[in-house]
Design a protein around this ligand. Structure first.
Ligand code: ZN
Ligand code: ZN
Length: 221
């Protein structure tokens, strides 16, 4: 008999045997434990290390992102290690994380593509100092906007906000509005709509709507 493995949780638990499920009254999946990994990046040195983590996986994963907290007190909270004010780890800009998750939409895939690279960079920095390896992004709003300029292939933060706003609107209506690439056309008449449609697949309109609101208001993510 095949056991239903929602989001690949069983695969995750067998990849990271120090992690265990925690009871939860709603439809989220909670896990906590020792997350032990070994990583050998291309052109990088091998690191084996472990962190005590708490994972919260929303039932709408992979259309919503998990929250990851480090609860062992090993990562310094001094502003240099990409830890958010709510204690969650800043594993990358949300759209980048959605893109990575879409390539491998399971919790094990999320761990391998989003959690391990971050922890590798933390361990590397703890051992050797210097800046975060593999990411030159600033923490917070500026880093997110810089990442979106590249991901969305736009030139100014205003264009990025326009693009996020359009992603929060029904495609049919958005296509009648001005294109964020400043071509002077409606979105539907510019090839740029193909670019935006790739992002529509990653998550929901309501997610883009609230993300646009948060970034526009300058609230920390
Ligand atoms: Zn950050
Ligand atoms: Zn355009």
């Amino acid at each position: 008999m095949r056991i239903k493995d929602k989001h690949g949780v069983q695969q995750f638990l067998s990849d990271y045997p120090g992690m265990a499920l925690r009871p939860c009254r709603d439809d989220r999946t909670l896990m906590r434990g020792i997350f032990e990994f070994r990583a050998v990046p291309v052109n990088g040195s091998e690191i084996c290390d472990q962190y005590e983590l708490e994972l919260e996986i929303p039932s709408s994963f992979p259309k919503a992102l998990p929250k990851v907290k480090e609860v062992g007190g090993k990562i310094p909270r001094d502003g240099d290690f990409h830890v958010n004010y709510d204690n969650t780890l800043c594993l990358g800009s949300p759209l980048k994380l959605f893109k990575k998750v879409s390539e491998c939409p399971t919790i094990a895939g999320y761990a391998a593509k989003c959690i391990v690279p971050y922890l590798y960079a933390v361990s590397y920095k703890l051992r050797h100092g210097g800046s975060f390896v593999f990411s030159e992004l600033a923490h917070g709003k500026q880093g997110v906007l810089d990442d979106y300029l590249r991901l969305l292939d736009l030139r100014s933060p205003g264009e990025v906000l326009d693009a996020l706003e359009l992603l929060g609107i029904k495609r049919r209506i958005a296509n009648k509005l001005a294109c964020p690439c400043k071509c002077g056309e409606r979105l539907g008449s510019c090839n740029y709509h193909n670019k935006l449609n790739q992002f529509r697949k990653l998550t929901s309109r309501s997610w883009f709507k609230s993300h646009h609101r948060m970034l526009g208001a300058g609230e920390l993510l």
